[in-house]
Design a protein around this ligand. Structure first.
Ligand code: SAM
Length: 253
């Protein structure tokens, strides 16, 4: 298993407990990123197979279950997988799996939705990850993800295809963590070259709950978006003349 700084942080029991407590109630996750990204997933997921990739402590898995989904939750941190199983009373198929090594044990064309919030900036090779997501999705399936906003990345977004790996300080948890900062071009290229048709690309938006509970953060987040949320359709096996159907339906925000 990877021994990167990020892995060490996400595998630390004390950190995982603090992280779970924090994301359940804070402005950034509970009132900003999570509702923004979840708004791109259908409310009714009855009998849909959903992969929660990089599930963390299972807060999203629990919501997907409530929407009726059959959830497979994967994460490379054994501590996160333990928390996911506890939180969901064992109702998800939870597995320890390193997304940098592919999804070998998951069957091709088996998922209706792949959900991946705040994870892809830890992944070494976006092309490889997206190609695996395309493999496990059914044709026409949805890929929904959120990530750090490319406009805030330490790369020139006017340039073609860039990524840098940085170590950043996460003050609220008193830890340092490694992640990739990527240009728009890098992310979009990885999507399109793996048969994904991006339908919605939106800034995360702080909602009413954020305004009421966290007015300071609300104003900050309104002025400067920190995350993007994307919904793309898996068009593997489609003819090129069928590709535009999604963009006619969805909007580029
Ligand atoms: C910021 S947390 C997000 C958790 C969850 N998706 C959420 O939104 O609440 C990032 C998660 O990605 C997981 N992760 C990072 N790199 C990974 C990898 N290579 N394979 C599997 N999981 C990974 C971490 O263990 C952590 O649980």
């Amino acid at each position: 298993m990877s021994q990167s700084l990020s892995y060490q942080v996400y595998s630390d029991r004390e950190f995982v407990q603090q992280y779970e407590d924090s994301i359940l109630n804070n402005a950034w996750n509970a009132c900003y990123e999570r509702p923004s990204t979840l708004s791109l997933v259908p409310e009714n997921l009855k009998d849909q197979n959903v992969l929660d990739a990089g599930c963390g402590p299972g807060v999203v898995s629990e919501i997907l279950l409530e929407r009726g989904a059959m959830v497979t939750a994967v994460d490379y941190s054994p501590e996160m997988i333990k928390r996911t199983l506890l939180r969901t009373n064992g109702k998800v198929d939870a597995r320890i799996l390193d997304l940098n090594k592919g999804l070998g044990e998951l069957a091709s064309s088996s998922f209706d939705v792949v959900y991946c919030s705040l994870v892809i900036h830890y992944i070494d090779d976006l092309q490889q990850l997206f190609s695996e997501f395309a493999r496990v999705l059914k044709p026409g399936g949805l890929f929904v993800f959120s990530t750090d906003h490319p406009d805030l990345a330490a790369v020139d977004n006017r340039a073609e295809d860039l990524q840098v790996r940085n170590t950043v300080r996460w003050d609220s948890f008193n830890v340092s963590i490694e992640l990739y900062q990527r240009s728009w071009n890098h992310i979009m290229k990885a999507l399109i070259s793996n048969s994904f048709e991006p339908g919605i690309v939106a800034n995360a938006r702080p909602g009413e709950e954020c305004r009421v509970r966290f007015p300071k953060e609300y104003n900050q987040l309104l002025q400067k978006p920190y995350f993007i949320c994307v919904r793309a359709i898996c068009r593997k096996g489609y003819r090129s003349d069928e590709m535009s159907a999604a963009t006619q339906r969805d909007i580029f925000l």
